[in-house]
Design a protein around this ligand. Structure first.
Ligand code: THG
Length: 366
């Protein structure tokens, strides 16, 4: 593939200098910002993520900040997840939908205070939707993108590394909770979260100038742990069933189709945009849904939807796929029609390299 032309529209991150010094070999663009995709090779990165510890530049997980008396009201307008009962210090995975119940984003929300929230967004321009709602409803809330850049520390040795840099108190952070920790005199939110199933943290680095000092501190402290620059790993995230907005789901899909019904409490999410539409689809149930799919044979990189076919009819599509070293098959995520979504169902997947046999799994691999 050709390279990405550097320009102001494709934003660098506070950690880009470190990423490049570490020998990044591939980038994608996410929220109009650089996101590394590979360092040594996707397979080497995969084995290292599962056995050691990596530092990930995920600054492209931009924050949409809501601040003011109407922040909580606006937050509840955005999601069918019931936010009453959320407390400061909690994170929550949130479906965000439009007025038809179509997925607009699937961020991690953080409640900083009753009147201050961060929405750590996936790859869509959520800021514009949120600003539009705030303006249209004349809400008393400021909506903007602060200079906050997440840096993830992921892998089995993540806790050991983080304790060395931030102190033993990070060990007490529970999954999807966050606390405030000092680095060089700057207070930063640190959450037990991240886009892998290997465990770890996300540091919400406050201020561009604090990026490289923290990067170096982590690399220095983790030398004997074999710490390495890493990034969200395609194979591991498919094994774990972590969805990718724009790939595995779009505005065409409801949360229920995405398997995110468990994060919806539409009945009690009063004021949520799209509530009526979602109440309808929740009652009838989805007619297609995300599934783990195993594919036989050799496959190319999945850069477009691959049709799923049975008896000559289209019954769904694969949207992410990769060869798994640990499971000895190609692991994939796809949207499958109800008639074919039961575990064990076999069908064809039409890849650009030819037809392959595929089977629905009962769950994801991790
Ligand atoms: N961390 C932060 N921001 C993000 C991501 C992240 N923004 C973009 C993208 N990732 C948003 N998408 C996801 C998808 C899955 C998860 C988090 C963000 C996730 N899911 C867990 C799971 O499915 O096992 C846990 C969900 C739960 O139980 O609440 O972590 O990674 N800051």
């Amino acid at each position: 593939m050709a390279t990405i032309a550097p320009s102001r529209r494709v934003r660098r991150t506070p950690f880009s200098d470190g990423v490049e010094a570490a020998g990044v070999k591939g980038y994608t663009v996410y929220n109009r910002m650089l996101l590394p995709t590979v360092f040594r090779s996707i397979v080497e990165d995969y084995h290292h993520l599962k056995s050691a510890v990596q530092v990930w530049d995920v600054a492209c997980e931009r924050q949409v900040e809501l601040r003011g008396p109407d922040a909580a009201r606006l937050m509840q307008m955005l999601t069918p997840r019931d936010l009453r009962g959320m407390l400061p210090g909690q994170c929550f995975y949130l479906p965000i939908v439009d007025e038809t119940g179509g997925m607009l984003n699937d961020p991690v929300g953080l409640m900083l205070a009753d009147d201050r929230w961060w929405i750590s967004i996936a790859d869509s321009d959520l800021l514009l939707w949120v600003k539009g709602l705030a303006y249209g409803y004349r809400l008393d809330v400021l909506v903007d993108e602060p200079d906050i850049s997440p840096l993830a520390v992921q892998g089995p040795q993540a806790e050991t590394l983080m304790a060395r840099v931030f102190g033993d108190a990070v060990r007490a952070i529970r999954f999807f909770r966050f606390g405030w920790f000092d680095f060089n005199g700057v207070s930063m939110a640190i959450a037990r979260s991240g886009y892998s199933k290997q465990g770890g943290y996300e540091i919400y680095v406050d201020g561009t100038q604090n990026g490289m000092p923290l990067w170096h501190a982590l690399m220095e402290a983790g030398r004997d742990l074999d710490v390495h620059a890493g990034c969200p790993n395609l194979i591991e995230r498919i094994e774990g069933g972590l969805l990718s907005y724009g790939n595995d789901m779009t505005r065409e899909n409801t949360p229920h189709e995405c398997g995110l019904g468990k994060f919806c409490s539409t009945q009690t999410a009063i004021g949520c945009v799209g509530r009526d539409a979602l109440l309808r689809v929740a009652k009838e149930g989805p007619t297609q849904q995300i599934r783990a799919i195993a594919i036989d044979g050799d496959i190319p990189p999945c850069d477009r939807a691959w049709p799923l076919m049975a008896k000559g009819k289209r019954i769904g599509q694969v949207t992410s796929a990769a060869k798994s070293p640990d499971f000895g098959t190609n692991v994939a995520i796809g949207m499958v029609r109800m008639t074919h979504w039961d575990a064990g169902t076999a069908f064809e997947v039409h890849t650009p390299d030819g037809v392959r046999a595929a089977t629905v799994q009962d769950k994801f691999w991790l």
